[in-house]
Design a protein around this ligand. Structure first.
Ligand SMILES: CC(C)(COP(=O)([O-])OP(=O)([O-])OC[C@H]1O[C@@H](n2cnc3c(N)ncnc32)[C@H](O)[C@@H]1OP(=O)([O-])[O-])[C@@H](O)C(=O)NCCC(=O)NCCSC(=O)C[C@@](C)(O)CC(=O)[O-]
Ligand SMILES: NC(=O)C1=CN([C@@H]2O[C@H](COP(=O)(O)OP(=O)(O)OC[C@H]3O[C@@H](n4cnc5c(N)ncnc54)[C@H](O)[C@@H]3O)[C@@H](O)[C@H]2O)C=CC1
Length: 425
């Protein structure tokens, strides 16, 4: 029997669940129970969450953690992090504490320009098109005035509108390349509304508009964050060797894309966790960051480090189109709380904080990778997850935590120790 359905969106939430359970779970009543277990007991809050997306049937919880002791530009922060992976918050906390006694993190925004494009096809003469564009340009700004007037008052709006000839890349392809300042909003909806108004004004019989959309590639919405200290202050056991291997680890990422992708994934552990906690769009951030890492045509590290005249310096440069207003930022009660925890930053300050979270995470990963190896710390944090999967009791859990205090933790080793414990009973 077909499991497709018309008009699903019109069903109530309970009807949607019943349809799902009967078609994909063999009418297993436990499925409905699990879904409903995650509903918020406060119906007002549940309604709020239901409305964030479409066809909502439940909530999917992720842990909300905090990493204290971040000092950024001389100010103390506790950073909210939403992530499913163990050891990320611990690592951020460890590194925050480490650098808080070495001058803290310094961060600054380099630029905040966003981009949107009207993509169109035109088969005629290029000079004629340019003349048409020049004759229309003022009007293109004018038709967006209703949309941009408040943004202008905040110091933002449309910065430039440019005609670009892309016919060497694709036959008949041109674009209006538009740059924006969107102040404290990420700006996606604002930019798209402006672009659609521009396209509408620009089109005529021999100009075929294909689409109008913002770009998530924002190399000019860029932030820099760094830490530095004397090499001998770095690592108790052998500072010089630590610094050298740390720099080599980045050189390896720059030489080898397989390593660079994992290196940057570690950075995004920190970035995404704060992006999600503050209700920002992590897909946009991910896409933009990886495109930036590949800007030379070769995928590289987003961080860099040097040792010069006995000083170790480690920094990140990353594009981050973020909002502290708009989207879910002030709608989701927990994003609102996260922003308050960060002292209600401007979008620029949030760029600095999130770049620092990425840098800290990379420091933790490279520190572990070039010294003890990643598994020691990571598996120490992951141990409780493995124990839970085994269905251990509280008493068995404590036994296993104590047992692995001075032993190497692997999934198999934990399973074996558990089986032995249960078998011995
Ligand atoms: C895991 C640690 C921090 C342990 O490090 P440790 O030295 O064993 O920790 P500790 O028990 O001595 O505690 C020191 C501090 O660490 C923090 N800390 C320690 N434990 C906790 C905890 N349970 N909860 C909260 N915070 C914790 C906390 O700040 C604590 O200070 P305190 O609070 O006591 O004043 C360390 O080994 C580490 O940083 N490892 C790296 C972990 C990491 O990078 N994880 C990311 C996931 S792996 C991955 O996805 C990316 C990767 C690695 O592939 C990227 C790449 O390849 O580049
Ligand atoms: N490709 C992409 O990345 C796309 C993303 N989106 C989504 O769009 C949303 C973000 O769009 P936005 O336009 O930022 O949000 P939004 O549509 O909620 O608008 C934010 C609005 O807040 C107002 N505002 C108040 N105070 C402001 C201040 N200080 N600075 C700036 N604006 C202020 C402005 O009118 C601004 O347009 C996110 O949810 C994102 O996921 C939507 C389409 C495409």
């Amino acid at each position: 029997m077909s499991k497709t359905i018309n008009g699903f969106s019109k069903l109530t939430k309970l009807e949607k669940i019943d349809w799902l359970v009967s078609n994909f779970f063999n009418n297993d009543t436990k499925v409905k129970q699990v879904l409903m277990q995650y509903w918020n007991s406060n119906p007002v809050l549940q309604d709020l969450h239901d409305d964030f997306i479409e066809n909502t049937i439940s909530n999917f919880y992720l842990p909300f953690g905090i990493a204290p002791n971040f000092v950024i530009n001389g100010k103390d922060y506790t950073i909210p992090m939403v992530i499913e992976e163990s050891s990320v918050v611990a690592a951020a906390s460890l590194v925050a504490k480490f650098w808080s006694t070495r001058g803290g993190f310094k961060a600054s925004v380099i630029s905040t320009k966003k981009v949107g494009q009207v993509h169109f096809m035109y088969e005629g003469d290029a000079i004629e098109l340019e003349n048409y564009f020049n004759s229309k340009k003022e009007n293109l700004f004018k038709v967006t005035e209703a949309i941009t007037q408040n943004m202008k008052k905040r110091g933002g709006g449309i910065l430039t509108i440019e005609l670009r000839n892309k016919t060497s890349e694709l036959e008949n392809y041109y674009q209006l390349h538009v740059t924006f300042e969107t102040v404290d909003s990420m700006g996606a909806n604002f930019i798209n509304s402006c672009l659609e108004a521009i396209a509408n004004e620009f089109q005529k019989e021999n100009i075929q508009i294909v689409m109008s959309i913002l770009s998530n590639y924002v190399p000019e919405c860029l932030v820099h964050a760094e830490v530095s200290c004397k090499v001998e202050e770095l690592y108790a056991e052998n500072s010089a060797l630590f610094a050298q291997k740390f720099v080599q680890a980045i050189q390896i990422a720059n030489a080898e894309p397989h390593r660079a992708v994992t290196h940057n994934k570690g950075i995004m552990n920190g970035v995404d966790a704060v992006v999600i906690a503050t209700g920002n769009d992590f897909r946009a951030i991910e896409a933009g960051a990886h495109a930036y890492a590949a800007k030379s045509g070769h995928y590289k590290s987003l961080t860099n480090a040097t040792i010069e005249k006995g000083i170790f310096k480690f920094w990140i440069e990353i594009p981050l189109a973020l909002g502290t207003v708009g989207g879910l930022t002030k709608l989701h009660p927990l994003s609102k709380l996260s922003l308050k925890m960060l002292d209600n930053p401007s979008a620029k300050e949030l760029m600095e904080i999130i770049a620092v979270a990425g840098l800290a995470q990379n420091f933790a990963a490279l520190r572990a990778l070039t010294t003890t190896g990643i598994q020691k710390g990571h598996m120490k944090m992951h141990l409780t997850n493995i124990i839970k999967q085994l269905g251990a009791s509280d008493e068995e859990k404590q036994y296993l935590i104590d047992y692995f205090e001075n032993k190497t933790i692997t999934h198999n080793a934990v399973v074996e120790a558990y089986n032995k414990l249960v078998g011995d009973k």
